[in-house]
Design a protein around this ligand. Structure first.
Ligand code: CTP
Length: 407
């Protein structure tokens, strides 16, 4: 299909570059119209290179082609992302001050608008009134996500992730209304209490050292965001995670596996769903030195490690009726089996309702990078797989949980 993509002057414009790439990969023609203000954030060359088409902003740029009329007429669907407070006002007033606002007056195609701005601007009565007017006129508004904004502040106003924008656009283009639901998943976790562990524990060795792992907490935090977007009351037990959490998500910070075990034991009592996404150390040093351990003269050193309690096993053993327990398995594959084989064996051994298996290692799995997972049931049978941003993967995992609750 032919997508007309309006980009207005907000810093979130950078995320929309990914939207163009994804739409092109999916075989759609994309024509980008950046406003002049938006070019302060992402330059014209980026849009032209990604879309393979000119990215003009000016009504008079290509007069012989009558572009200010043709672009709106030829679009199958229009997306404005990010839409500033100023541009919402422009749309409400029907102004035709540049190429994008002209095209929006001409088009008869469905229009999807993704506002992004600071919370105060979003909540201002003028902006809310403009949004209400646009909705009355049949414009599909994608509610902004909640979370970290440009400065140190956080709250509603963030542009949803590129994959969510694309899914919302496809839903509108295919005639499925998305209404106010940015993810298209609805509020299928409404009323549920979800506990998520995230990050990686650190086991102290002496006054300055610890044994740790490379977990960043990105996937666990994306799960928290996804569950909250779908209506759940979410609490995160975060082990050494430097990332911010979205508005309204409870947070308990811990360092060691013992602290995590305590926090999870308490917080899981009222939880309907517990997701153990954290990388919990399996072993800790048997003795913790109060002082910094000195280099031994021999040039060799041995550590005695003792097993930590398996938190997931404790949750499975103590599971209340109706409570869903989800484990994670980070696998690399080895001489004894593939990632899938180790995952299936672990699913049967752990006894959790669901086990999310992901391959980790060099450049895979850790940090703010795309992820690929397979979700197994308690017998080790694959029931879903997902690939993409950690938020997209999170929604796919939440889907399997919602499905399990409903059956
Ligand atoms: N886990 C836990 N408590 C531990 C260790 C792990 O709750 N002490 C949880 C993790 O949060 C994850 C799952 O168990 O949900 C899988 O952890 P993993 O270390 O991959 O599995 P193990 O059973 O330790 O198997 P192995 O190390 O042999 O792969």
């Amino acid at each position: 299909m032919r997508v007309l993509l309006g980009v207005t002057g907000g810093i979130a414009a950078y995320k929309v570059a990914i939207v163009v790439r994804r739409l092109r990969e999916d075989g759609h023609a994309v024509r980008v119209i950046p406003t002049l203000a938006s070019l302060n954030f992402v330059g014209r060359a980026t849009w032209e290179a990604l879309s393979g088409q000119p990215a003009t902003s000016d009504t008079f740029a290509n007069v012989p082609q009558v572009e200010h009329v043709r672009l709106g007429q030829s679009a199958d669907v229009v997306l404005v992302a990010p839409a500033t407070a100023d541009f919402l006002a422009t749309m409400v007033h029907g102004e035709a001050k540049d190429l994008l606002s002209n095209a929006l007056l001409v088009t008869r195609a469905p229009v999807v608008v993704a506002p992004a701005m600071h919370t105060e601007m979003w909540e201002h009565p003028a902006t809310q009134a403009n949004v209400a007017t646009l909705r009355e006129r049949g414009v599909h508004i994608i509610e902004p996500a909640s979370g970290r904004l440009t400065g140190a502040d956080s709250g509603p106003g963030r542009l949803p992730e590129p994959d969510d924008l694309v899914e919302a656009l496809y839903a509108v283009a295919s005639g499925t209304p998305v209404a106010d639901d940015p993810t298209g998943f609805g509020q299928d976790l409404a009323g549920l209490s979800v506990l998520i562990s995230a990050g990686g524990t650190r086991e102290p060795l002496d006054a300055v050292r610890f044994l740790g792992n490379r977990s960043s907490g990105h996937q666990g935090f994306a799960l928290a965001e996804a569950a909250r977007e779908r209506g759940a009351k979410v609490t995160v037990v975060a082990a050494n995670v430097v990332l911010p959490l979205g508005e309204g998500i409870g947070r308990i910070d811990v360092e060691t596996s013992a602290e995590m075990a305590d926090a999870v034991a308490t917080a899981s009592r009222d939880a309907d769903v517990v997701i153990m996404a954290a990388a919990v150390a399996d072993f800790r040093p048997a003795n913790v030195s109060a002082h910094k351990i000195k280099k031994p003269a021999s040039g060799e050193m041995s550590l005695t490690l003792v097993a930590t309690p398996d938190i997931l096993a404790g949750l499975v053993a103590g599971r209340r009726a109706g409570q869903i327990v989800v484990g994670f398995a980070a696998e690399t594959g080895d001489a004894d089996g593939t990632v899938a084989e180790h995952g299936a064996a672990k699913a049967r051994r752990k006894g959790a309702d669901l086990l999310v298996v992901n391959q980790v290692g060099e450049g895979l799995g850790f940090g703010d990078v795309p992820n690929t997972v397979t979700v197994l049931d308690h017998e080790g049978v694959p029931i879903a797989s997902a690939s993409g941003t950690k938020l997209a993967v999170a929604h796919a995992i939440v889907d399997t949980i919602a499905h399990l609750r409903a059956h």
